[in-house]
Design a protein around this ligand. Structure first.
Ligand code: GAL
Length: 368
């Protein structure tokens, strides 16, 4: 929560600097280092494809923002690692060999990639950690407030359990990948809400965030706890919530307990409409991806004032202190606010969500 206050202060400051005429139109600083023009190459390394956000939102938004900032001369060299850490290391090595101007890195394994980050640094290529905080000498970090994501998930799950919830309520926790530092923050944020209020009967860290792994974990939890004794499921993201639901249905559960998620995936929003999933976390991909592109271009072009204004937060990684950062706000997505979130931001249309199968459920919640 504290970090949000800093973010708000930072954006206010950007505005007031511009308002006072302290920034010129492009944000150039007098002290800018010799810089490149518009013919920049931004390397973009994204972690996986099981989650649709990367190909559907992150990449295209970054690409169009880089084009806009460089009069269509800049390009984005995009590679996706398919959840394979060693493949990502080779992709990053290729970008170093090809002398990308900067690398935006969303790490599969934030610890394991540190050697490549160091190699980029030695080759004079700045690295901005995107969404997940990579270790090694990075220049900046842009993400959502990941602890807040977990708090929002935990709080909304408690809300779903209602005022009668107590420690006799058994919760299963299906957390994300142990190589993703966000997963740890989501878990900590959620536990800060859940601890002492319910019982965490089983918890799992799920390899590679894979829905099928989440499904196997949930099947095991059901076998141990009993299908009628599970009050709710904390699933760290929507893909895994899908796996959890499959396991519950396969075990013959007809009335599903409240299940959390994250990412506002289209099929999860549809499950929220139909009542199979209780909530997701809406993270504005345009806010994160556009800011990442702005940081990258400002850094390459030596626009130091603009870069500093974009990175007013500070975070620590296990290898580095006070990393210039930007942490973007998130909100809970439930039946009640589909219109004000994903639809208002143009992520989906009502038609996308209210496909024939969901028409009746959509009208029942006033979504037309
Ligand atoms: C996290 C990311 C989430 C989700 C998840 C699975 O690091 O913040 O939005 O995509 O990985 O890939």
């Amino acid at each position: 929560m504290r970090r949000i206050a800093i973010s708000v202060a930072a954006s206010t400051m950007t505005l007031s600097l511009a308002g006072c005429g302290m920034l010129n139109a492009t944000g150039d600083s007098a002290s800018a280092s010799p810089s490149k023009g518009n013919d920049v190459t931004v390397g973009l390394l994204l972690p996986e494809k099981a989650n649709t956000r990367y190909d559907k939102f992150d990449y295209p938004i970054i690409k169009s923002q880089v084009a806009e900032l460089t009069k269509n001369q800049g390009k984005v060299d995009y590679k996706n690692a398919n959840a394979d850490a060693s493949q990502q290391a080779s992709q990053m090595q290729e970008m170093i060999d090809e002398k990308a101007d900067i690398i935006l890195l969303d790490a599969v394994d934030s610890h394991g990639i540190a050697d490549e980050v160091k190699k980029a640094k030695d080759a004079g290529i700045p690295v901005i950690a995107y969404d997940r905080l990579a270790e090694g000498p990075i220049d900046a970090y842009i993400s959502f407030d990941n602890e807040l994501v977990g708090e929002v998930q935990g709080r909304t799950l408690l809300e779903a359990l209602g005022s009668g919830a107590d420690t006799s309520d058994k919760i299963v926790m299906v957390n994300g990948s142990p190589t993703d530092p966000n997963a740890k923050q989501f878990k900590e944020g959620a536990l800060s809400e859940l601890n002492g209020k319910v019982t965490i009967a089983k918890q799992y860290d799920t390899k590679d965030w894979k829905p099928e792994n989440a499904q196997a974990e949930m099947a095991q939890a059901i076998a141990e706890i009993g299908k009628g004794n599970i009050a709710g499921v904390y699933a760290a993201n929507d893909g895994m919530a899908g796996g959890v639901i499959k396991a519950l249905k396969a075990a013959g559960v007809t009335s599903l307990p409240p299940i959390t998620g994250q990412d506002a995936e289209l099929d999860a929003v549809q499950r929220i409409v139909s009542g199979e999933q209780y909530m997701s976390v809406y993270k504005s991909y345009p806010d994160e991806a556009q800011a990442a592109a702005q940081m990258a271009v400002a850094k390459i072009q030596g626009k130091d004032i603009a870069f500093d204004a974009l990175t007013q937060d500070k975070v620590d990684s296990p290898t580095q202190k006070d990393i210039p950062s930007k942490l973007v706000q998130v909100s809970a997505l439930t039946k009640k606010n589909i219109e004000g979130t994903v639809i208002a931001d143009g992520i989906y249309t009502v038609d996308d969500i209210c496909a024939p199968k969901y028409k009746a459920a959509c009208s029942a919640i006033g979504l037309k």
